[in-house]
Design a protein around this ligand. Structure first.
Ligand SMILES: [Zn+2]
Length: 288
């Protein structure tokens, strides 16, 4: 297993802040100092790698990385960088779960002590509007962070009851596909097969990837990511087209089922922390 925030991370003073190499581009998930390599070998939850992500989505992500995302604020339209949006999502996530924020040497640090699973908090932008979702309810304090930045009118909180609706029609390669449970399952199985192959190769190379992956390929219709998608579809004035041009920032790596759905709905997912390591302490340092 590659080192991935299995212990408290410390700022290494190499001129690059921890955050930059963690959240920027999932495909470049490594420590540039070479101190700790995190090259995102998928372990069942981590799905944004070359095996599964179509070039089209990568191109969309590259575009967003380059130009940022326009969001409505009380002061008018503003372009947010991926980094800024990730920080906002992280702050929401930390607040939601009662995590600690402190300032050390002028750097804001957050410590995320993970005891079991903490539901991810997702921020999704579609048509310059912000949607908040969680595999649970977004707390008052967490939503306030987003509302203070984007303005109350520009933020929609997805209700807790929201679940990804099956049987919606989707056009893939000019063919209409029904997003049925069977379709999702068959897609997940295909990915599971690819993942198993890759895993075998890694194990042969001496990697330790013995984690049982079977339960990672279940359909998660009430997860934060897919709730966000459904919320946009169901919000008056938004709908399917808005979903296709949405960007999701999440403090968690998407599960295979969420990432599969996001891929088909063309939601660009920009993720931060992994929840793969239980009982870990994560610290992110922000000095931008
Ligand atoms: Zn999920």
């Amino acid at each position: 297993m590659v080192a991935r925030f299995t212990q408290e991370d410390v700022y290494r003073g190499d001129g690059l802040n921890l955050y930059v190499y963690v959240v920027n581009n999932p495909l470049l998930w490594f420590d540039p100092s070479g101190y700790k390599k995190c090259d995102r070998i998928p372990d069942g939850e981590d799905y944004y790698d070359e095996y599964f992500e179509p070039q089209e989505l990568r191109n969309m992500r590259a575009e967003i990385k380059k130009n940022g995302v326009i969001v409505n604020t009380p002061e008018g339209e503003r372009t947010f960088t991926m980094e800024e949006l990730q920080i906002i999502t992280d702050r929401m996530h930390m607040t939601q779960h009662g995590m600690e924020e402190r300032i050390e040497d002028g750097i804001t640090k957050y410590t995320y002590t993970q005891n079991g699973s903490k539901s991810p908090t997702a921020l999704t932008i579609a048509n310059k509007h912000v949607f908040l979702s969680l595999a649970g309810s977004v707390s008052k304090n967490a939503r306030k962070i987003a509302q203070d930045i984007f303005g109350e009118d520009n933020v929609t909180v997805i209700p807790n009851s929201k679940k990804y609706k099956l049987d919606s029609e989707l056009e893939i390669k000019k063919k209409t596909i029904i997003m049925s449970q069977e379709f999702i399952k068959s897609g997940l199985n295909e990915r599971k097969g690819k993942f198993a192959n890759k895993r075998e190769k890694e194990i042969k190379k001496g990697g330790n990837l013995s984690k049982n992956i079977n339960d990672k390929f279940e359909f998660g219709d009430g997860h934060a990511e897919v709730k966000g998608i459904q919320g946009i579809k169901d919000t008056k004035g938004f709908g399917d087209d808005a979903v296709r041009y949405s960007v999701q920032f999440c403090s968690h790596l998407s599960c295979p089922s969420c990432s599969f759905i996001q891929m088909h709905e063309k939601v660009i997912n920009c993720t931060g922390f992994s929840e793969n390591t239980r009982n870990a302490i994560y610290t992110r340092n922000y000095n931008i």
